[in-house]
Every structure is written in C-alpha cells, then in structure tokens.
Write a protein of this length. Sequence first.
Length: 118
Amino acid sequence: MNVRQFYIEINGSYEDALKIMMNDFFIAKMITKFMTNNSCEQMISLYEQKDYRALFAAAHTLKGVTGNLSLTPLFELACTITEATRNSDDANLDQEIAELEETYNLIKEKYLRYIAPN
C-alpha cells in the first residue's frame, strides 16, 4: 500500500487527507469504501436519463465525499456539475460527464495499483 504515491499520481492532496483521517490505513479504508460505492457510474447514468434533479443530489454528495478524501480532480468536477445542475433542468454537461468518467477511471486504476487489497 502506497497512499502517498496514489495521491501524487492523481493530483490529489495527501497532506489534506492525512489531516482529516490521521493515517494511511484509515485513508485507504475510506478510499476503498468510495471506490466500491459506484457513485460516479450512477452520475453518468443519471445524466444519460436526463434526471437532473437526482444528478444534482448525486453530484453534491460526490463533492462532499471527494472533498473529505482530498480527491481533488473529482472534487473539482463534482463542484462544476453541482453548480450546472443546481437550477437547470436542461444541463449541457457532455464534456464534464466525459471528464468525470475519464478521471474516475484514472483514479480507479491508481487505486488498484497502490491501495486495493490484494
């Protein structure tokens, strides 16, 4: 397990995560919970279904979780999607949703490499 290297490669903030969670074991545990909850896949599905109200709620939740975990690239996308769907029933988020999927897949790849239990 190399939590620090994981954060370096995803452009997250290991120091911020460490301030909140105090040690690598707990950080890894919380990231594992996040990686198994399918929240990004749900957001993509909600966008495809044009369920912007549910997408707003999911993005807002993702913003909180990724902020606490200091997964900065996902946090920034969650902020963008939250604001775009806050008051809009016709959000045009093709680029942001594509970036969400790409960023999540990169983080998943790094998670599997550096943190995932064997």
